[in-house]
Design a protein around this ligand. Structure first.
Ligand code: H2U
Length: 339
């Protein structure tokens, strides 16, 4: 390993977004007298009569959830994007706006209110993966849907409004900012080399063996070289696949295994139900070949030193560049201890 990276301030390049992250390994020991989060380790009941996501309960709009057995999907009652939004474009001098259509869904991972993905069996997570695959295809088939964003906000510290295990799917006409960046960098690389940018990166990671947290037959879980969040990880298929719809049945299972392994390790790291935002970036559903896309899932957890000390993305990071103290290699080593 290049020890300069562990001792001196430096910046690292994110090949997918074209952005830099500032790394300050010498700073990890600074004292903390700032805000401490309250992380609840209180055991929840498997059913909460007041939860709008529990089976058989009534949602805010009056609709009753079915008595679902595993995964349940419904259209978000407070959707951020409207399916029938009027089509318009405004170009008024320097004022520019465009209409945006979309469909937003909520996906309940389990009827059991007390669980999170980390507590669920690989078999149960596989059902979530299969539902993601189905929704990606279903939503993507709509004429006005060109991108499907699957994500989960876990934990009150991430702004999650309900502890019931659930995620969301927002689908829309155009590519969101983060996806746009990854689309253009992967395309440029693919045009030049005719290989997958992320695939070639994974080969290099396998050779180095410095940032791989977990590996199974089909997937790598790693702390990316350019990780921004202290314990950020990525799950990526070794095979060059554009989207989760290309996963075989076996790969849906090994993907579920990778999710299970990393979420369990997270919970063990600070002995709490580890908060994070996770999301899948994959090929747009715009009827183009999108051969340059190599799908992957990222976990962005906010916790820094313990269950109660979180990282704030503020100050220099808002005005300059994201910055981290603990290196990706150190984070990998700490997570690997729980696998
Ligand atoms: P978060 O907890 O991740 O914020 O998401 C919960 C989502 O559930 C939120 O987007 C939706 C909210 O709009 N919701 C409904 O669609 N119906 C309800 O009855 C309550 C919440």
């Amino acid at each position: 390993m290049n020890t300069d990276l562990q001792d001196y301030s430096h910046k690292r390049f994110n090949i997918l977004t074209g952005e830099w992250v500032l790394v300050s390994p010498h700073r990890a020991k600074r004292p903390w007298q700032g805000q401490k989060e309250t992380i609840s380790n209180e055991k929840r009941h498997s059913y909460d009569p007041n939860c709008y996501l529990c089976a058989g309960n009534t949602r805010i709009n009056g609709e009753v959830n079915p008595n679902y057995d595993d995964v349940f999907v419904f259209t978000n009652d407070f959707a951020a994007l409207q399916k029938d939004s009027k089509t318009f474009e405004i170009e008024d001098g320097l004022f520019k706006a465009e209409s945006e259509k979309g469909i937003c869904k909520v996906i309940c991972f389990s009827p059991n209110h007390s669980k999170s993905l980390a507590d669920m069996s690989v078999f149960a997570i596989e059902k979530v993966v299969q539902t993601w695959q189905k929704e990606y295809q279903l939503l993507g088939a709509n004429e006005h849907i060109n991108y499907v964003q699957i994500f989960e906000n876990k934990g009150a510290v991430m702004g999650c409004s309900n502890p019931h295990p659930h995620g969301q799917i927002w689908s829309q006409s155009t590519l969101p900012n983060e996806v746009q960046k990854k689309d253009s960098h992967q395309l440029e690389y693919y045009k030049n080399k005719k290989t997958s940018l992320l695939g070639d990166y994974l080969i290099q990671e396998l050779q180095k063996q410095e940032r791989i947290v977990y590996e199974n037959e089909d997937f790598l879980v790693l702390t990316p070289y350019w990780a921004v969040w202290p314990f950020e990880t990525m799950i990526a298929p070794k095979q060059h696949l554009k989207s989760i719809s290309e996963l075989s049945e076996k790969q849906a299972n090994t993907f579920a295994d990778a999710i299970s392994k990393i979420t369990k390790a997270y919970d063990k790291l600070f002995e709490c139900s580890f908060p994070y935002s996770s999301g899948i970036h994959q090929a747009p559903t715009n009827n183009e070949s999108n051969k340059h896309w190599h799908w992957h899932m990222s976990f962005y957890p906010p916790l820094l030193r313990s269950a109660t000390v979180k990282k704030f993305m503020v100050g220099y990071e808002m005005f300059g560049t994201p910055q981290r103290d603990i290196t990706a290699e150190q984070a990998c080593e700490r997570l690997r201890a729980f696998l």
